[in-house]
Design a protein around this ligand. Structure first.
Ligand code: NAD
Length: 491
């Protein structure tokens, strides 16, 4: 395990040693030397030096390099999927069919988008002047990613930045660095010049904080928890101010109206809450279900939860692998234990025993009768845990849906187009699905409202996030004494 700085592998120079663990077995896979502030400084220096050339490359040149990187990543897809599964405990089917192809598609999308960047204006808004708008890269972007979808998050953070002509220093979560390093190397092999993309693998308080606070970092793009996002924004303000882009936590409501296809809703809730072991910022976490179908929904989800095949993540038949770490499982289990004091656990609520006892597994857990203001309903659990709340009127359902500080994603389940249209307009979230929950596409934006942050990943909106808007105004008259000068001096 290494750092990737200025186009070369190097060793981290901090005094800290990391531990890369397979969370499904507890086996230590590597104990790398981690990056600290000195490595971050070298990486930012390399990115700064590389900026003028990369910013000056034509869109076609940048696009070509990203397209070649997408091909190189495709050729390594199986290796990337295996690494992702080994470091996170996620089922290999998810890595193979979602994480890796989704990431490659995103690289390919931004290869195309690199050639689509355009300003909006070019006209004579004032007599005697032509105005135009340029979208220009910002400079060195410090990108910080979480552990839940390591490759996908690395791609979401770096691709729009690179496509727009910025250079990047990426800090992945220190427990899941492998695929971020593979991404940077693929970009290098594809012809992205040294220094344009660098990866420092270190802890948040050390390498992360050094990156956010570095004077030569012009923008910080962060994906992670709301609590750390607050700290990142405060530090970016103190050491800048510099632009921040924050993709934070979520607590997605899943609203089932009385006319919904109940079988579809039950399947959707199980898939939407258990994807990636529930460690997904858009996961379905709060089912809000009309009282007329509440009992059938709860028993349908409980039955399917009990039928989910827990197993070794690398096995094709496994539906649910382990959580990402033992520490994270303790956090999830702690929230469920506290919920026992005020709610009812219908199924799950514990770690499986036997052969699974040595891994960070946790059973799919269904919680009912929890008050709307309780921790399990309001706070992000980030595990395979779903709460269910009943409602009587549409108004009450929409009020409950909005009753958390978050606003990342939501879904509504109904056959009534007017009900769907009303709900999608009313719910304050960056994405609202109708009769589905989870699918994403590179062409569409992803990002939050309220405490889920601001700024968009994916899509053309993301490309614009990584640009400065410049107004260029050019005199057309050629006159020394312009007519407007008389407002300042008169002769
Ligand atoms: P986290 O906030 O603990 O860490 C995220 C990253 O920030 C890691 O790389 C970490 O090392 C770094 N970090 C920690 N302290 C830092 C500091 N002081 N300065 C700079 N960097 C620091 O989050 P996590 O536990 O890795 O990931 C789970 C969280 O991420 C959840 O809250 C989830 O909802 C969120 N998430 C959001 C999205 C989204 O698009 N909105 C996507 C994925 C995950």
């Amino acid at each position: 395990m290494y750092q990737y700085i200025d186009g070369a592998r190097t060793r981290g120079t901090s005094a800290e040693t990391g531990r890369i663990v397979d969370p499904s077995t507890g086996t230590v896979r590597a104990e790398p030397a981690l990056a600290g502030p000195a490595d971050v400084d070298r990486a930012v220096g390399a990115a700064r030096r590389a900026f003028p050339e990369w910013a000056g490359a034509t869109p076609a040149e940048r696009s070509g390099a990203l397209a070649r990187a997408a091909e190189l990543l495709s050729a390594r897809a199986e290796e990337l999927a295996a690494a992702e599964t080994a470091e996170t405990g996620k089922p290999i089917r998810l890595s193979r069919e979602f994480d890796v192809p989704g990431s490659i598609d995103n690289v390919a999308f931004f290869s195309g988008a690199a050639r689509q960047l355009e300003g909006r204006a070019s006209a004579e808004y004032s007599a005697g002047h032509t105005s135009s708008v340029r979208r220009e890269p910002i400079g060195v972007v410090g990108a910080i990613a979480p552990w839940n979808y390591p490759l996908q998050m690395a791609v979401w953070k770096t691709m729009p930045a690179l496509a727009a002509g910025n250079t990047v220093v990426l800090k992945p979560a220190e427990i899941t660095p492998t695929t971020s390093l593979a991404l940077a190397e693929a970009l290098g092999e594809a012809g992205v010049p040294p220094g344009v993309v660098n990866v420092v693998t270190g802890t948040g308080p050390s390498a992360g904080a050094a990156l956010v606070g570095h004077q030569d970092v012009e923008m910080v793009s962060f994906t992670g928890s709301t609590a750390v996002g607050q700290r990142v924004m405060a530090q970016a303000a103190r050491t800048g101010p510099k632009r921040t882009h924050l993709e934070l936590g979520g607590k997605a409501p899943f609203v089932v109206f009385d006319d919904a296809d109940l079988t579809a809703a039950v399947h959707g809730a199980v898939a939407g809450s258990l994807i990636n072991g529930g460690q997904d910022c858009t996961a379905a976490t709060r089912a809000i279900v009309h009282r007329s179908c509440y009992d059938a929904f709860v028993s349908g989800v409980a039955d399917l939860y009990r039928s989910v095949r827990i197993g070794p993540p690398a096995e094709e038949a496994t539906d649910l692998g382990s959580l990402v770490s033992f520490a994270h499982r303790e956090r999830v289990a702690g929230m469920v234990e506290r919920a026992r004091g005020y709610a009812r656990i219908v199924t799950g609520g514990e770690a499986p025993g036997g052969e699974f006892a040595r891994g960070a597994y946790y059973l799919p857990t269904l919680v009912v009768d929890a008050p709307a203001d309780s921790e399990i309903v309001r706070e992000e659990v980030f595990g395979p845990v779903l709460t269910v709340q009943p409602f009587d009127t549409d108004e009450e359902a929409l009020r409950l849906a909005g009753d958390t500080p978050y606003g990342l994603a939501a879904s509504v389940w109904t056959r009534d187009v007017y009900r769907a249209a009303h709900a999608t307009r009313r719910i304050a979230a960056g994405c609202v699905w109708v009769n589905d929950h989870i699918p994403i596409v590179s062409e569409m934006p992803h990002g939050g409202y309220r405490r889920s942050g601001f700024g968009k990943d994916m899509s053309g909106y993301a490309l614009e996030e990584y640009t400065n808007v410049k107004h260029v105004m050019q005199d057309l008259t050629g006159q020394g004494a312009k007519s407007w000068h008389r407002t300042v001096f008169s002769h």
